[in-house]
Design a protein around this ligand. Structure first.
Ligand code: FES
Ligand code: FE
Length: 449
């Protein structure tokens, strides 16, 4: 390693080297020590509603198959034939009982009747004749993830069987993920993915996207034109204002969010879809149900947040999950999954879909502002002079205070770079190859426990 990892991230001084956004060496270390161990978002159960359904996803630079087996269990398997590596599933999604390799014909199954082992190799052309019956097929099944969880319909996985459980990895960031996934009446779960998944490539490093979503309110200025046009569901701004927004950093885990600290009284209903009577009536009635269901209980809300390392969760408007898949140091494939209440009337789902398209994705007016910023910032890191100048993350340095009700969380108020400093600190711990014991000890030390 020609770069000194200790010097790349200086969270105490609020500086991060531009090498993080262009270096192939660091990109390779990220694959080795971060993406092979961290919990990653893979998809949503509503993408594979029936047995044998599959959805091709990614974990870092690896292609994976999210599938529902005949026993109704969700599985995540490496999308690479164990013979010579051919990509087994080349469609984005579909339904198949057998994953048959188009190269030499090996076939793998998730059908428990054919084999109790998901991804078992059950078909090898010429097994008796060419291999003399000597191939140990049990040793050549598809690689499965180390751990997998279905959290309120969202599927998360890690390759590392020794990783801590998902909820420990999330910490109290879980409350904000819940807000995005729970029904708008406050009952647990009940969301689904609508209208397919948007996918597009951006000429940027994946971490530039992550830091934007984990707490960069400061860049609101770049959305001034969208705010002026008024694409929001209420006909103003780009979204309706989030009340009492604070930038909150889960310092010890690398997650960050812009939203409201825990509270227990909802306050009066604020119109959401002023230009759409049916959607407006839906949300007004849900607000009343929510008041009853959550009476006296602590709850949160947020507009946007990021779960370390590469997933954003947008709780209010648009209500989405974004994933930034690393392709190369300077290229990222962005995926957006859009959420709605599963039992919402179709007209309400449509109102959301129209708003999501106005806002997000390569054609969305807000997201295209962001894409332009990320692309030019990455390009600027390639220059031989520019590359030697660190990025500045000094806003709010030394002013962090604990957030009551959230373990390990700190804030310096509405605008800050505290979230980003802590994100890169966590990144550096992973990329330096700290063991899980060391990572969790570092988390405890940050919390002072
Ligand atoms: Fe799949 Fe040869 S690569 S059967
Ligand atoms: Fe933005």
């Amino acid at each position: 390693m020609s770069l000194s990892l200790d010097k790349l991230v200086d969270a105490e001084a609020g500086m991060v080297s531009r090498e993080l956004f262009v270096s192939q060496e660091l990109f390779d270390l990220e694959q080795e020590y971060l993406f092979s161990r961290a919990w990653l978002f893979v998809g949503h159960e509503s993408l594979v509603p029936n047995p044998d359904d599959f959805f091709v996803s990614r974990m870092g630079t690896d292609s994976v198959i999210l599938t529902r087996d005949r026993q109704n269990q969700i599985q995540v398997l490496l999308n690479s034939c164990t013979h010579r590596g051919m990509k087994l599933c080349r469609e984005d999604q579909g339904n198949t009982r057998i994953f048959a390799c188009p190269y030499h014909g090996w076939s793998f199954t998730t059908d428990g009747k054919l084999s109790p082992i998901p991804g078992a190799l059950t078909g090898v052309p010429g097994l008796k004749k060419h291999y003399y019956g000597e191939l140990d097929t049990s040793a050549w099944r598809l690689r499965r993830v180390g751990k997998l969880v279905n959290y309120k319909g969202t599927i998360w996985a890690t390759w590392d069987p020794d990783a801590p459980d998902f909820e420990e990895y999330l910490g109290d960031m879980r409350l904000y993920l819940d807000y995005a996934l729970d029904h708008r009446d406050g009952s647990p779960g009940g969301s689904e993915v609508i209208a397919g998944v948007q996918k597009w490539r951006i000429g940027t490093n994946w971490k530039i996207i992550a830091e934007n979503f984990n707490g960069d309110l400061y860049h609101d200025i770049s959305h001034r034109s969208v705010d002026t046009i008024g694409i929001g569901p209420g006909g103003k701004g780009r979204r309706d204002p989030t009340p009492e927004r604070t930038s909150i950093s889960f310092k010890h885990l690398g997650h960050g969010v812009i939203g409201r600290a825990p509270y227990d009284t909802e306050g009066p209903y604020r119109p959401l879809f002023a230009n759409h009577p049916e959607a407006e009536a839906y949300y007004r009635s849900l607000h009343e149900k929510r008041e009853v269901l959550l009476a006296g209980k602590v709850r949160v809300l947020h507009s946007v947040g990021a779960i370390f390392p590469n997933t954003s969760v947008h709780g209010r408007q648009p209500r989405t999950i974004g994933v930034f898949h690393p392709i190369s140091p300077t290229e990222t494939e962005m995926w957006r999954f859009f959420l709605v209440d599963k039992d919402a009337p179709q007209a309400v789902k449509d109102a959301h879909r129209h708003y999501y398209l106005r806002y997000s994705g390569p054609g969305g007016m807000t997201e295209s502002d962001d894409t332009e910023n990320w692309t030019y910032a990455t390009q600027a890191c390639k220059g031989s002079i520019a590359r030697k100048m660190p990025f500045n993350y000094q806003m709010g340095l030394g002013h962090a205070q604990p957030v009551p009700g959230l373990r390990g969380a700190v804030t310096t108020g509405e605008f800050t770079e505290e979230n980003n400093r802590n994100y890169y600190k966590r990144w550096s711990q992973f990329v330096r190859g700290l063991s899980w014991d060391e990572l969790m000890a570092a988390s405890r030390a940050e919390q002072g426990v």
